[in-house]
Design a protein around this ligand. Structure first.
Ligand code: FAD
Ligand code: NAI
Length: 479
């Protein structure tokens, strides 16, 4: 006889584990199934985000920033470090330890909230009286019945057609985060296909650690989804740091060679070029994970992109089946997955969850960081919306000067008549933290004048936010 749960969540990434915890908090009897396994064979809940995404990439970004600061910037502060060395195996081992702390933290949260965790791969068997039968293959193999089901199976890296990831020389995000784990070597030459979020974050890590990095991007525009004034500023900074970024390219044959990988490509003028590198990271987007879910058994609808079809509330067309996170439409971001997980749990419990996809912030954790929420100037122009813009450079901010990090700016876009904030765009130090104020302001439908009239601590980077809000009415005080 199968165990019966009020809710079965398939996938324990940020969408799934958060949905499970919130539903348990609301009194439901919840099971969560996840198949991620760490190197020692045990369960590793947390999904892409914890295992091969947000957390390990930020651990590497931090280590590589420390290394670059010690190598290039400590001298400005009068600090000498003698001869600098890099123990790459240790650096990667630290990243792996950070990941394991997060895996263990989620297992602890499951216990604390009385979520029953099953390690294995979940798939639909059939619709049964009062719910769905879900089979688990793997360590905890058995079959369960859920009165409701949340699918939170996430996404995987997209490969170039005909070029499989071997995670040795041709790497997805997974292999990109393990470079040097076994041999302790930073590649001399590293190639990346795609100058999106992963391309820039991973490219920055390995450039700082000493690799010569070349990024090949198909689109002629750098960071096309980002406000172009911000993107231009970021591009200038990355090129100055030594990242080679080729735009408007056409990638041709990718071959493994004796020593690495050779990529044939055409530049923006159509000239044939070759890039020879030791390792190649392919970061050209991600595809939703639905294979092996056996959704056909119950009639789960998948769109042509491979995503599960859901309405605005994350309901699939099957009664009692929901889907959240990377496996559905919308930005592929951990905090978006979490918000959907909470909202769905609350709806299942009879409450009114809500997610506003227009107010999901984006952050690219390069140096300088790039962060934004709401509309770009290009989007407002395309919509024909009348707007006012104001920006303030970190160069004129006292805290940024003290930090020695004055690249970039904060930019506000506000409605021309009502002054409601329509978008905030930041490139510069700690943009990831500064953007939170903009999210709060926009959620409360604040005007730029509201921000301009609020007292901000001195000296702080957030004063640049206040000054950018003042700049909307052309009344900055410090620039
Ligand atoms: P996932 O995190 O992918 O989790 C899905 C889980 O379901 C996985 O554990 C998977 O093994 C499991 N699963 C799949 N199928 C089954 C099945 N049939 N049975 C059982 N288990 C199954 N986002 C940010 O917001 N900030 C960042 O800084 C950031 N950095 C990133 C860096 C990199 C390198 C990458 C690749 C991604 C990054 N992301 C970041 C994106 C973020 O990781 C994803 O948006 C997020 O993990 C999606 O959460 P999810 O719960 O939908 O899916
Ligand atoms: P992406 O969508 O950010 O960027 C992919 C890039 O590859 C695009 O610029 C695209 O034009 C280019 N491209 C596509 N096909 C190509 C080809 N054949 N040749 C050359 N260029 C090509 O995807 P990425 O970087 O793989 O990241 C996937 C997703 O993971 C992100 O969109 C984001 O949702 C998430 N992520 C979020 C992070 C964050 O929040 N800081 C960090 C890393 C990933």
């Amino acid at each position: 006889m199968s165990k019966i749960f009020d809710l079965i969540v398939i996938g324990a990434g940020p969408g799934g584990y958060i949905a499970a915890i919130r539903a348990a908090q609301l009194g439901l009897n919840v099971a969560c199934i996840d198949d991620w396994t760490h190197d020692a064979g045990g369960p590793a809940p947390g999904g892409t985000c914890t295992n091969v995404g947000c957390i390990p990439s930020k651990a590497l970004l931090q280590s590589s920033e420390h290394y670059e600061h010690a190598a290039k910037h400590f001298g400005e502060h009068g600090i000498g470090v003698g001869s600098l060395s890099l123990d790459l195996k240790k650096l990667i081992a630290r990243k792996d330890a950070v990941v394991r702390q997060n895996n263990d933290g989620i297992l602890y949260l499951f216990k604390k909230n009385k979520v029953a965790f099953f390690h294995g791969r979940g798939s639909f068997v059939a619709a049964v009286d009062g719910g769905y039968e879900i089979a688990i293959a793997g360590k905890d193999a058995q079959s369960l019945v859920g009165k409701q089901v949340v699918v939170a199976t996430g996404s995987s890296a997209r490969a170039l057609p005909g070029v499989d990831f071997d995670e040795d020389r041709i790497l997805s995000n997974d292999g990109a985060l393990r470079i040097g784990r076994d041999d302790g070597q930073v590649p001399k030459k590293l190639g990346l296909i795609g100058s999106g979020v992963i391309g820039l974050e991973m490219g920055s890590v390995w450039r700082r650690l000493g690799a010569e990095v070349t990024v090949l991007e198909a689109l002629p525009t750098f960071l096309g989804a980002v406000d172009q004034q911000i993107a231009r500023e970021a591009h200038k900074a990355f090129v100055k740091q030594g990242l080679k970024i080729e735009l408007g390219v056409e990638v041709g044959e990718v071959k493994k060679t004796k020593k690495g990988v050779s990529v044939a490509w055409k530049d923006a003028k159509g000239q044939a070029q070759t890039l020879d590198v030791e390792r190649l990271i392919v970061s050209i987007g991600r595809v939703p994970n639905t294979a092996g879910l056996n959704g056909e058994a119950v009639g789960l609808e998948i769109d042509p992109r491979g995503a599960i079809v859901v309405d605005d509330d994350c309901r699939t067309r099957l009664p009692g089946v929901w889907a959240v996170g990377d496996v559905v439409r919308g930005p592929m971001l951990a905090h978006k997955a979490e918000e959907e997980g909470v909202a769905v749990a609350e709806r299942i419990a009879g409450q009114h969850g809500h997610v506003d996809l227009d107010l999901v912030p984006w952050v690219i954790y390069t140096s300088p960081e790039i962060a934004w929420v709401g509309r770009t100037e290009e989007q407002l122009k395309a919509q024909g919306r009348a707007y006012k813009a104001g920006s303030f450079p970190f160069m004129a901010n006292g805290r940024a000067r003290a930090l020695g990090d004055t690249t970039g700016m904060v930019k506000f876009l506000a409605d021309a008549k009502t002054d409601e904030i329509l978008g905030v765009h930041i490139v510069g130090p700690l943009a990831s933290e500064l953007i939170a104020e903009a999210c709060v302001a926009m959620a409360f439908r604040a005007s730029s004048e509201d921000i301009a009239r609020i007292c901000h601590a001195h000296p702080s980077l957030s004063e640049a936010t206040k000054e950018a809000a003042l700049a909307v009415d052309k009344r900055t005080l410090n620039f």
